[in-house]
Design a protein around this ligand. Structure first.
Ligand code: DAH
Length: 343
């Protein structure tokens, strides 16, 4: 056979075989049979020297072109085969993908701590509705209609006599009226509260409070002071002191604002506490006789103390946060910093 035709025929066959090959082993066998040391195209290339001189150049050219074409066809086929995905068997014993469980919100962490402290001191947890009657939110707490104290708590009315509670104090009244004349009354009442305030670094129209109430025979301001000192030390550390400043609340007499040692400067005075060395944490006092009466208790026979604190404020002091709005922005980089693993 004419050596040029022979090259053409070999190339044609090889290309067909490559097209049929369905794994890399088959391609390798094709390569060896045409291009290997004993391969048929190799044999033609080797024998060129033996051809008549006028045939050498055209046959050589043709055979080299065939060799290049075969090599590139093999390479293309090889790439196509290795692109077919490898189907791994499913390993049912492999560990699953981690699931992000999230963390407790910093306000929840602080509230849980507050509740734990009081429950450990014998208090139980009570609650009340967020939509409250005017009577429970104001009147029953000795804040008469038209009294300027209602202005201090600019509130949202949702009906003639219905208000989004502006404080957790109505929980005191509800609990007493349900349990009178049982003694002692010893509760904490956490919850969400609402005021018509514009958002700024220290105000939010929705915020959280926790109320506390203790009523029994012979309760004095001394018990209040001891309880608050113990509470502040458990929450902020043994080194803190509490300070009472005279104040006014319609539902307590006498009333006090209660401060704790500034957690940034330890009473030396710094920008965080405005140079005062203390930070205000809550309002407190001895329950007003009218409120005891409205709760169904005899103010001649029993007495009690109460206080109410803002959870946002406690969390800001505890964690050194200066903008309350950070609690509501849902930025996980912020919210994840407080170690609130789910429990
Ligand atoms: N309810 C008050 C407020 O929101 C806080 C408060 C003060 C609660 C004195 C009390 C209390 O129970 O005795 O500002």
């Amino acid at each position: 056979m004419d050596p040029k035709e022979r090259v053409g025929e070999l190339l044609h066959r090889a290309l067909e075989e490559i097209a049929d090959a369905d794994d890399e082993g088959a391609l390798e066998r094709i390569r060896i049979s045409y291009l290997g040391r004993e391969g048929s195209l190799t044999a033609i290339l080797r024998s060129i020297g033996e051809l008549p001189p006028e045939d050498r150049a055209p046959v050589g050219k043709r055979a080299n072109a065939a060799k290049n074409q075969l090599e590139s066809a093999l390479e293309t086929a090889q790439e196509a085969l290795s692109a077919i995905p490898f189907e791994a068997p499913v390993d049912v014993s492999a560990p699953g993908l981690p699931v992000d469980r999230g963390t407790r919100h910093p306000l929840r962490i602080v509230l849980d701590e507050v509740l734990d402290i009081f429950v450990a001191m014998g208090y139980s947890v009570a609650d009340g509705p967020e939509v409250e009657t005017e009577w429970f939110n104001f009147t029953g707490l000795n804040i008469p209609e038209d009294h300027p104290a209602r202005d201090m708590q600019d509130s949202y009315y949702v009906g003639k006599d219905l208000v989004l509670r502006s404080q957790t104090s109505p929980i005191q009244l509800r609990y007493m009226r349900e349990h009178a004349p049982q003694l002692p009354v010893q509760i904490v009442g956490p919850g969400r509260t609402y005021r018509r305030d514009t958002e700024d670094p220290s105000h939010s129209p929705v915020f959280h409070q926790c109320e506390a109430l203790l009523v029994d025979r012979g309760i004095t301001m001394g018990h209040l002071r001891g309880t608050l000192t113990e509470f502040a030390r458990r929450l902020f550390g043994e080194h803190v002191n509490v300070r009472f400043r005279p104040s006014y609340f319609p539902f307590t007499e006498p009333s006090a604002e209660v401060d704790v040692t500034c957690t940034s400067c330890g009473e030396r005075g710094c920008p965080a506490c405005g140079g005062k060395g203390f930070m205000e944490i809550l309002g407190a006092g001895m329950v007003h006789p009218t409120v005891l009466e409205n709760g169904g208790y005899d103010p001649e026979a029993v007495s009690g103390f109460a206080f109410g604190m803002g959870i946002e404020r406690l969390a800001m002091i505890k964690y050194g946060i200066n903008d309350l709005r950070s609690f509501y922005r849902n930025d996980l980089r912020f919210l994840g910093q407080f170690g609130g693993g789910l429990r």
